[in-house]
Design a protein around this ligand. Structure first.
Ligand code: BGC
Length: 362
């Protein structure tokens, strides 16, 4: 093949085209009628409801609208399973592989393998440090964290507490997003810890964003520090774990809790006054952007996206699309419903119905 390629260059484009046809005729190249196929690996279904309730649905809709074949699978937080799914997708002839890594190490192995087989890759939502994805599609994750920090400050100021004690429950330390969220909220909180305006009452990473472990870890923090009056919980799942512990300790509604993802449960907690705020990331925009890139890549195009993110591990600027997150408080939960992200039927159940009515959500 190497000799043929050299010959093609010398012989010029027209001859090259003819020879390429001849060559493809004698190799096992896929027939021209093969539809491009896009593979997507989602991370799990427990660390956040979003992956199955939002990302899957919006990606499916986008691929269907584009008329491409697709295969969306969920690794259920199993790294072995993650690479097995990737291998199967590559064997089954995906043209593009989109992943939400479980950590950068296993993510990188999958991306590198795909790339070596000529499969184009996209880092969806989470950047794989040291990886080789052609594109990254996500939100401005430092801004997500900043909105959480500002939300905590806003809700605490309404309580007029002197020197409130704050605990931080970060996401998974192996998720680059969790690092970026922390960078964002620490930019708001650290100056207040330094000045003595706030007191730090714990700062813990929650392995794999595990909500159950989140509750255990928070309960330990609360036991050793009954003064905690604010919790920077990195997503709605962790926020709900915190709220369940607060409820058990009859402290619900007395501690300010943040979140992220605008899940139905998170929004219910916000409407009920158990959670101060959440961050809405319009996953439809993220899925549409990623699907658009995937379809272009499948056609052999390399669209320019005008933005990059820096991967400090690989020292590489990765072409990126980063969308804008929005802070959601009880008074603008309605916007998330109006956007079609959650339905009134999911949100306004039981005791929440009256709050929905008061908030004009119907
Ligand atoms: C995502 C969040 C999600 C978390 C846990 C992060 O990488 O950006 O939306 O809550 O993972 O799944």
């Amino acid at each position: 093949m190497r000799r043929s390629t050299a010959a093609l260059v010398v012989a010029g484009p027209l001859a090259a085209a003819t020879m390429a046809t001849t060559l493809s005729g004698c190799t096992a190249a896929p027939p021209q009628t093969t539809r491009p196929k896009i593979g997507v690996i989602l991370p799990d279904s427990k660390s956040s409801a979003r992956w199955e309730t939002a990302d899957r649905r919006y990606l499916e809709a986008a691929f269907r609208a584009a008329g491409v074949a697709y295969d969306i699978q969920n690794a259920q937080n199993d790294k072995q399973q993650f690479s097995t799914i990737a291998d199967q997708m590559i064997t089954n002839g995906v043209t593009v592989l989109m992943i939400v890594n479980l950590d950068s190490g296993t993510g990188k192995a999958v991306l590198d393998k795909a790339r070596s087989q000529g499969v184009a890759t996209i880092d969806y939502d989470r950047l794989t440090l040291g990886g080789s994805a052609a594109y990254h599609v996500s939100f401005d994750n430092v801004t997500v964290g900043r909105l959480q920090g500002e939300g905590l400050v806003r809700c605490l100021s309404e309580q007029r507490l002197a020197r409130p004690t704050i605990a931080e429950l970060n996401g998974s330390q192996t998720d680059n997003n969790a690092t970026l969220f922390k960078q964002g909220y620490d930019s708001v909180l650290e100056p207040r810890f330094r000045s003595g305006e706030y007191v730090k009452g714990g700062d813990q990473w929650i392995p794999e964003w595990d909500n159950v472990q989140g509750a255990v870890i928070f309960e330990q923090l609360l036991t050793s520090n009954r003064d905690i009056s604010g919790v920077l919980a990195a997503n709605d799942g962790l926020a709900n774990a915190v709220i369940s512990v607060l409820r058990k300790n009859r402290l619900d509604g007395k501690v300010v809790v943040t979140g992220q993802d605008a899940t139905a449960q998170g929004l219910q907690n916000v409407l009920m006054g158990d959670q101060c705020m959440t961050v809405y990331k319009a996953v439809k925009q993220e899925a549409d952007a990623a699907a658009g890139l995937a379809v272009a890549l499948a056609r052999g195009e390399r669209p320019s996206v005008g933005q990059t993110v820096h991967d400090p591990t690989g020292d590489r600027d990765v072409p990126a699309i980063l969308l804008a997150p929005r802070a959601i408080y009880a008074d603008n939960v309605k916007d998330v419903v109006d956007d079609g992200y959650v339905t009134v039927a999911e949100l306004c159940t039981g005791t929440v119905a009256a709050r929905c009515a008061a908030a004009g959500i119907r």
